[in-house]
Design a protein around this ligand. Sequence first.
Ligand code: SF4
Length: 357
Amino acid sequence: MFKRRETRVVKIGNVFVGSGHPVSIQSMLKTDTLDVASAVSKINRLADSGCEIVRVAVKDAAAAEAISSIKSGIGIPLVADIHFDHKLAVLAARSGADKIRINPGNINGPDDVARVIDECGSRGIPIRIGVNSGSIAQDAAGASVADMMVDSTLRYLEFFRKKKFNDIVISLKASEVTDTVEAYRNISVQCDYPLHLGVTAAGSMSTGMVKSAMGIGALLIDGIGDTIRVSLTGGPGDEIEAAKKILSASGTRFFGPEVISCPACGRCGVDLAYFAGRIEEELEKVCPAGTAFSRRFTVAVMGCEVNGPGEAGNADVGIAFGKNKGAIFRRGEIVRTVSAGEATDVLMDMIRKDLAR
Ligand code: SF4
């Protein structure tokens, strides 16, 4: 198990981010912040699916003022996402935002950034310094994207520290996975502020999932990262599902049983995709999405008895199919042989009993 980097702890509403606290899952509303009823309903659905911090776009004063109404209908921290106009950040802080996200590089000069810092400092509201590759590309020539993001971030940090403001979360998101990973690895050894991980503009479900899993996953395995947001062109619910899968696969946090299934080959005597799908459906009924587990619990669905129990020897329970039958095993030991027709029911019965222990 990797060791997580030591960081300061920042309190965002009722969620702590940093050392000693779980890596939290974030998402962002994709609809107009001014539609308060819709925002509240969407945020509550996201929270039910496992979102722990949510961000909304604040593009004008009315959106900043809508924050107080939205907050009264939700139970998770609300982050105001501000670009260009520091006055919107000040308004959002006054309206009750639990965190302000700004990119100091697109706020009009240090005096305006200082006004945001002063407002948040007086209210105990943390600020995310959110640097994106797109906004720094023209800042310097010759340096790598990662180096430019890190240099910008260090300059902003120096300014914040001079203002004695340390209630900071940092993100350095690039659309290229390699730039993202390099930037976070670099900044992680230069400061101890908690890091919000993400690959920006990662793409739609399949491309975005792969890029996010590579970028966020690599960093989590390095022990880097305190909160994550998977950015997908799609529904925010997809982002939560993807975030959970990344956290589980990296061994960071676990959400319900994990199905390990082999790709199947010529030795397989059943429709393995059908069985793996059915078992995933049944597991979803036992442990709906969002069910937090304190440890990894694996269910192996393997296509043959030759390699099944061996290849999935660490699985908690599993089945290795033969021709129209299956050997059910627990932690590498075969405990029972069943027909293919009864396999799912018997396996699920065993899983329920195991989970109830
Ligand atoms: S477990 Fe058996 S069926 Fe599945 S890929 Fe391996 S050898 Fe093929």
